[in-house]
Design a protein. Structure first.
Length: 227
């Protein structure tokens, strides 16, 4: 499990991967058409109309007026999902966009952007306030049931993101050290090659491993990238 509080953007990505990562376009209605009573789950996070309506009614202060309008459209669409689901050949005005696996109608670039904005807030509030920052409790609540395989899938994605973030920060930290060292060496009159060699010798294994980066950094001095 990731240490500490999980950033909302990482949680969004991990949940979306578990919910709709297998689909080319995640902005679809759920394909689970055997759910008793039907399901209106939609989009990357597979948010239901029930959850959207709950946040619209009880936590409206979290959203600006554009986001409130979007939530209203979202709950209206959820109603259409439930009306058209499994109704091909049975409903006079049947629309496949509202059936299971359908695209819905909130799939413009603006709608997709609003989905991310609105449900980032819902996700963060659910995780922090309603689940008390407990990741397992949040996932059980989000999924609506205890499902260890689902939780593990989300955890694996979060651990991957955490590892990638750590490695990225380490590279940035080491490059910052190199920049400072090579700039000082150059100002002391050393040539580019001498500065790199000295860095390798002084930094030991790290310097040897990142010597190629050192060469690139020194090469960029003339382009004004070391300031």
């Amino acid at each position: 499990m990731p240490d500490g509080v999980v950033p909302v953007q990482n949680l969004f990505s991990a949940v979306a991967n578990a919910e709709t990562g297998a689909f080319k376009d995640p902005f679809i209605r759920t394909v689970a058409n055997k759910v008793p009573g039907g399901s209106s789950a939609y989009g990357p996070l597979q948010v239901t109309g029930t959850l959207a309506s709950d946040y619209l009614n009880r936590f409206r202060n979290l959203f600006d007026h554009n986001e409130v309008d979007y939530l209203k459209k979202f709950t209206n669409q959820a109603g259409l999902f439930l009306r058209h689901g499994n109704m091909k050949g049975k409903l006079p005005d049947y629309n496949p966009a509202f059936d299971y696996g359908g695209s819905g109608i909130l799939n413009s670039p603006q709608d997709k952007s609003m989905y991310t904005n609105v449900f980032n807030k819902v996700l963060g509030h659910s995780y922090t306030n309603r689940a008390g920052g407990n990741l397992n409790n949040f996932l059980d609540m989000w999924r609506g049931k205890l499902e260890p395989s689902y939780n593990n899938k989300v955890m694996q994605q979060l651990n991957k993101r955490s590892s990638e973030n750590f490695e990225s920060k380490e590279i940035m930290r080491k490059e910052a050290i190199m920049k400072g060292f090579i700039k000082a060496a150059s100002q002391a009159g050393l040539t580019e090659g001498e500065a790199i060699d000295l860095f390798k010798y002084s930094a030991g294994p790290i310097g040897s491993l990142m010597g190629v980066h050192a060469g690139n950094i020194v090469g960029n001095q003339d382009k004004g990238q070391l300031k």
